[in-house]
Design a protein around this ligand. Structure first.
Ligand code: SF4
Length: 180
């Protein structure tokens, strides 16, 4: 509001995208200017998120003795992979993460951010690549422009759409998810 931004892009997990969609489609006069200013919404594939204290303080620090200030990245691919700055890897089975899942995520049924312009996530693509789902003309135009300007490289390998569909179905039914 203060900066009067008129060209806003938002990246978020599906529940964030749902909230943004409410703003974009609202008939409320106070919300309409915000809805018009949100020009692009990119939704991230999401199966759940974790409570910071439970994940970092309890699971990583206390139970697995991980020096969390030395973590380079976290990945969930059938298990939690913790890559340290020196390149070493700590792996933690998904069962151990159950207690850290945020309660609201247990009721969530949207895996791919259905209300986004473009959905993005690692599932279905090779390591180092990102799967994109273009959902409408806004998303298509943005993607095309990014490719034209060489801001985005298109991979050669086909996307494994069955892996995305499987997770999407499981999340829609809200059953416990096995991503192995
Ligand atoms: S799983 Fe949790 S964080 Fe992910 S979209 Fe659903 S509610 Fe949001």
């Amino acid at each position: 509001m203060e900066k009067k931004c008129r060209k806003i892009a938002i990246i978020g997990v599906p529940c964030v995208v749902q909230a943004v969609n409410r703003i974009r489609t609202s008939e409320n006069d106070l919300l309409k200017p915000f809805g018009r200013s949100i020009r692009l919404v990119i939704g991230l594939f999401c199966t759940e998120t974790f409570d910071y204290h439970m994940l970092v303080e309890v699971l990583l620090k206390k139970e697995h003795h991980v020096d969390t200030w030395n973590i380079d990245r976290l990945d969930v691919r059938g298990k939690l992979e913790v890559t340290m700055r020196d390149g070493s890897l700590v792996t933690i089975p998904l069962e151990e993460l159950q207690g850290a899942i945020r309660p609201g995520c247990r009721h969530c049924t949207d895996f791919t951010a259905l209300f986004s312009d473009i959905s993005a996530g690692a599932v279905g693509s090779r390591r180092g690549h990102t799967t994109l789902i273009v959902r409408n003309e806004t998303g298509r135009a943005f993607l095309q422009e990014a490719i034209t300007q060489n801001a985005l490289l298109v991979g050669e390998n086909p996307v494994d759409t069955s892996a995305i569909e499987r997770l999407g179905r499981m999340k829609a039914k809200n059953v416990s998810i096995d991503r192995s």
